[in-house]
Every structure is written in C-alpha cells, then in structure tokens.
Design a protein around this ligand. Sequence first.
Ligand SMILES: *Cc1c(COP(=O)(O)O)cnc(C)c1O
Length: 331
Amino acid sequence: MHLARFPRIHLAHLPTPLEHLPRLSAELGGPEIWIKRDDCTGLSTGGNKTRKLEWLMAEAQAMGADMVMTQGATQSNHARQTSAAAAKLGMACHILLEDRTGSNDPNYNGNGNVFLDDLHGATREKRGPGLDMNTEMETVADQYRAKGHKVYTIPGGGSNPTGALGYVNCAFELVSQFNDRSLPFDHIVTATGSAGTQAGLIVGLKAINANIPLLGFGVRAPKPKQEENVFNLAVKTAEKIGAAGCVKREDVVADTDYVGEGYGIPRADTLDAIRMFAQLEAILLDPVYSGKGAAGLIDYCRKGKFKKGERIVFLHTGGAAGLFGYTSAFA
Ligand SMILES: *Cc1c(COP(=O)(O)O)cnc(C)c1O
C-alpha cells in the first residue's frame, strides 16, 4: 500500500511506543494487555488527531490556506491539536465549540483543552447543543472568506478520508511492531467517536490482510449508527488508497455499552478505569474517550470475553489534557 503519494506534513513523533502493561494484566488475571501509545504523538500533549492532521494540514497548505477551521465539543482534543498544528505551521486557526454537556464548571469551560486552544493563539466561538456543527462551521468559514481569508475547514474529529489516512498508516506501523518483535496479537481495541480512527485502522488492517479483529468502544452514538459511520468512512478511505472493497460491513464492530448518560459524561467505571491505569501503570487516560474504552477493555477481561492466553493491544488515543477540565468528577 503506497501512501507516500498523498501530501503529508510530519507533525507526530512516530512510531509511537508499543508497551506491555504487566501490572494491569496481573490485576485482571486474564489476557496479556499491551498499549499502543498514541497519547505520545508529541504535539501539545499528543493524541490521535495528530496523525490525521499530518495529512489534513498538508492538504490545507497545498490549497494555499492561511486559516484552518474546525469544530468539536468544548473539551475537544481535536480542536486543541488543530490549534497546535496551525501554530506550528504559522496559520490562523478558528474553532467552534459545541456545549454538549451543559456543564457550567469553570474548569470544564476554561481549563484543559480550552486553555491550550487559547495558549496556541486560536480564536473560538461557542454553540449550543444539537446543531449541525459542520454546517455552522461552513457558515462561519464563508464569513472569513468574505474578509479575504483562504479557509480550509476540517470536519469534527478530522474524520474524512484524508484524515483517516493517518490511521491506515498507524495500522501498518502497529503490525510492523508485532512482526518485528514476534508478538502475535489476538485483538486490537480502541475508543471510537467521529470514526476516523477505527475506519483508518480497519482499512489498513484489511488492506494488508492482517487478520486481527478490531473492536471500537463507542463514546456517543448507539451501536448501529456508530458502526454505519465507521463503515461508510472506511469504504471511502479504501477507495482513496486504491483498495476499494477491502472492508466488509462485518469487519466493523463497535460496542457502545460503556457510553452511559452521554458524550462527555463519565460513568463510575470510566473513572475507575482512569484510576486503575494511573495507579497500576502510571498512564493517563481521559474521561471522554480513552477512559470509556478502557472501561470496556477491563469489563471484557473480567467477564472472560478476552481470555487468559490471548494478547490484546489497547490503542491509547490520548486526551489527558481533558482531565484538567474534569477534576470535579474525581472529587
Ligand atoms: C477524538 C478522540 C477519539 C476518537 O477518535 P475518532 O477518530 O474521533 O473516532 C478517541 N480518543 C481521544 C482521546 C480523542 O480525542
């Protein structure tokens, strides 16, 4: 698979480490658990959006943009990584933040990722919940265009076929690490939201015939909707890289039983998972995505859905900056 013909700007520290989690594995008494450290991609505290932004920002520069615009929830890790990438490349950045949780906690609204958006010099505006945020963004982009800016808009989470290339490439990177270290894996698990991570990974895994199942733990949409979103993006991404048809509908599997009340609202098992990773392995998860993914992983191990003798890798998608927006949840 030949991705080098797509424009890319190198922003991430790659390859990210693949590490064993011996204390967590012993605590759960089931499979051997490993972690792929995409929380260590390096850009402004790291995270999974940096891989996508390598291809998205290259496309922005290729079209001569002087401004990038994106949208997300208030504590969006994607908005923060986009703000950072724009700062590094000397481009303006404007973000629209949707109030999905209704929280009026000052830390939620001003600390964590929001603090970093401001620090990187991005400008931002708010929206109430339930709007079509990509449509809102295009309206604002047109206002900036009328003022003479060349604006490149990035969909929520950077999840389009261009952004998903970052996770096609991550699948290749991960399988190379398995091969180089002679470590056969039985499952790959990750949190799944705007779908680009899971879609890119499944395309990469299927395109090289890796034969390792991928499971996404949802953070927002119900299972049928989440799987449909991932599958639709995977189909388009496979077409883009010349591997049309490599992903079948049944390759896309999401479990959305760990979402709880809704997006951005941690459950007790989310917070327990965050504490377990912090206290057993000194790894920082986040309350919106990786904490819910890890809660699913832990439950699968305890219920024997992942068994002793199996080897599992958890793709850590980052987000720890968001912890500082959620300190009251841990009180
Ligand atoms: C965005 C995000 C995800 C979900 O990735 P998608 O590509 O949007 O599905 C998972 N974890 C963290 C920390 C994120 O910021």
